[in-house]
Each structure stands twice: as C-alpha cells, then as structure tokens.
Design a protein around this ligand. Sequence first.
Ligand code: SAH
Ligand code: F3S
Length: 440
Amino acid sequence: MENLGNKKLFIETLGCAMNTRDTEHIIAELNSKDNYETTEDVADADLIIINTCSVREKPVAKLFSELGQFKKKKKPNAKVGVCGCTASHLGKEIIKKAPYVDFVVGARNVSKISEAVQNKGTVEIDINHDETDYEFAQYRNSLYKVSVNISLGCDKKCTFCIVPATRGEEISIPPELIIGEIQKAVDNGAKEVFLLGQNVNNYGKNFSDGRDKFNFTKLLQAISEIEKLERIRFTSPHPLHMDNEFIAEFASNPKICKQIHVPLQAGSTKVLKDMKRGYTKEWFIDRCQRIKSLVPEVRISTDIIVGFPGETNEEFKDTIDVINTVKFDQIFNFKYSPRPETEALHMSNQVEDDIASARLEEVIALHKNHQVELMQENVGKTMNVFFEELKPNGEIMGFSDNYCQIFVEASEELLGCTVPIKIIHANRTSLKGEVVAKEN
Ligand code: SAH
Ligand code: F3S
C-alpha cells in the first residue's frame, strides 16, 4: 500500500516562466495519482525534484552542486528527479554523473512524471513528444492568475540558443483547448491569464492534427471574449512577428495589459544577422516606436546579450544606441554563454570575458538611470491597480495595467479588486500609492 496522505514534495524551479508553469503541471500531475504536500525543507521531503534551465552555462553547473547538497540532506528513501531543459539535453549523463538520481524527465515530457517516479532509472527526454492535446491536471500558484501554454518548442534557430534542442520543434496547442483551460480557471476565480510560448506570437503555424493555420492576433481576440477575464499578458514574443495587425490589436484591446517584452538581443544589424534573429536595428526601433505611438503608457521590457562572438566595440555601441532610443522599462541582461548544440559555439571570434563584463556593466548602469527617470514620471498619475497580495508589513500589492508594481497601505478587502490609485512615490522598480476611490 502506498503511504497516501503524507508524502512531501520539495521542488525547485530554475529558469523561465514556462518552467514555472511546468512545475505547476508537475505538482498537479503527481497529485492526480498520489497525495503530495509541498515542503521548503529538502530534509523533510519524500520526493525531491529540480526543474532545470540550460539556457546559460551557470544554471547547469548549479544543478550538480545542488544535487550534491540534496544527496547530503535527503532522507535515505527519498527519491530524486531532474526535470526541465537540462534533463532534455543531458539525459542519461545526469544519472551517470549523479547515480543517486532516480529519474530524468525532459521539458517536453512532463505528462510522464508520475510513471517516472514509480520506475527507478527512467529517462524520458524525447523532444518530439507531443503534449499539445494532453490535458494536464490543474494547479495554480496564484489565486487570481493562471499561466497557460499556447505552444511548445521553437522553430527559430537563433545561433546562441539551446532551447530548440531542449524543447523541440514548435507545435501550437489548439485554440479551443487553450480557451477551455482559461475558462476553467476563470470559473475558479482567475482574473488574469499569462499566455506562454518560446515564440508566442508565431502561434498557429503548426498544429499536430494538421488543421488550418491560425494566428496570435486571432487567438488574443478569441480569449478576450471570455467573460470575467480581466487581463491578458503573454511572453515571449519575437520582434520579427510584430506586424501592424498585431500591434493594432495590442493597442486597442482593453483586456491586453499594456506591457510588452520586445527582446532585442543586440543593437547591431550585423550581430543580429550572425545571431539569425531575422530583423535589423531599424526594424526593431520602428516596432517599438509604433507601439509607443499607439500606446503612450506602454512599458517595454527586453533581453540583451553582450559579447556575442565577433561583437566589436562599435557594434556594441549600437546596442547602447537602441537602449537610449527606446528607453526600456526593464532589461534582462546577459553575457553571452557558449552552449552545446548551437551554431555560435563554433564561431571562432569569441569575445574576451573582461570585455563582455565591461559591456554588461555599461548596459546595467545606463538602464538604471532610465529606470529611475521612467518610474519618476508616474508620480502624480492615477492608475488602475489590480490588488493580489497582502504583504507581511500590512501593505497590499498589485499591478497597474502597464504592469508597474504598486504598494498601498489599505484594507485587505481590496484584494481581488481593481482600484484607482494615486501614485505618491517612485522607487527604481516599484511605486507607492494611495487609494482615490473604490470601484467594483
Ligand atoms: N523565446 C524565449 C527565449 C528563451 S531564452 C523565451 O521565451 O524567453 C531567454 C533569453 O536568454 C534570450 O532571450 C536571450 O537573451 C538569453 N539567452 C539565450 N541563450 C543565451 C546564451 N547562449 N547566452 C546568453 N544569453 C542567452
Ligand atoms: Fe531561442 Fe530564438 Fe527560439 S532565443 S527560444 S531560438 S526565438
């Protein structure tokens, strides 16, 4: 007999929003067959899972040091599993290197988790495995938000990126399944959906049942018809697929949050070509300016890689130029990290580490100045804030429509409500406000 009712699960999630969603699926799938309670304490766990990221070298190195720690702390019979992108790309190697690992389940094989737990030595890492019509059991981290995958994998071949090798080719999830999943969550109180895909706005090019193509703009329109759903967000879109029709929908659809990720990677058209990104510096700036002209309050975030092979000082200055032109609200900066199974790994002209580090510092410093300036512009404005969390200091926290994080001293009765808030103070990454009047 299984020891039902009192099993403890410790699960650590590294990496992107999609991994966070995969972790929710893992928890729900395990609980559909068994009874697990999550714990923060490895020493107390019966099952230990690490959901890995392989996009840069550091998290991979971290995996093995973490596994070593788990081995020391774990209960003698506790099982250890490795999931996610590093599981996909290292597979059996993980068990060879760390024989106390019981199973390995890749990023595209989450539906097999319960079976894997039961069968020591399981390695499920097929990157062509089709989970697009698999109905995952439901679990949400948040009362008001639901994350929903709309596509799996990625068909782009950005020369620095390992993701296509770990998550396989791009397949879209049928719109009716996406809408059904969102509707279920909304019926259970969700107000906001976060649509996820590695290349989210390329949606609808390939379905596994061979049906006709669809597109991301149409999907957004269909989702926004769901009654009682208040907010739609998505990540990660690709600048190449930001056509005018999409930008018009983004601007005019009141349910779409006015915050958008537009991943630049590099400012130089030559570097962008070497990265196989498919757009130029001018196209990128034009897309951002078009979005800003139609949505003046928009907040734009981006990803930047410095020190891509062959990037000269002058080419790096193009990145600085784009940052100064667009003035991003948030930048995720990375130093180029050579990855297996990517084209850039074999490029001969790798940039020296101290040069890449200096470029990274320059981006960080410039961006900090922009952040301070941009956040300050909010002071005195009134924003509609959806409150979702009570903080230990008694403040309540929420997000504006353009996704500024806002803290207010107010009654927790406002949780779950959208309320106009007057901004009274700006920090570099968040705002403080006060209640103007209550709605809802
Ligand atoms: N479209 C994906 C991109 C995944 S990788 C998404 O959903 O976010 C996330 C970011 O990591 C990329 O945009 C890129 O800026 C960065 N990245 C990817 N490979 C990298 C590498 N080899 N070195 C440094 N940064 C990298
Ligand atoms: Fe990676 Fe480029 Fe796809 S960054 S996830 S190959 S769009």
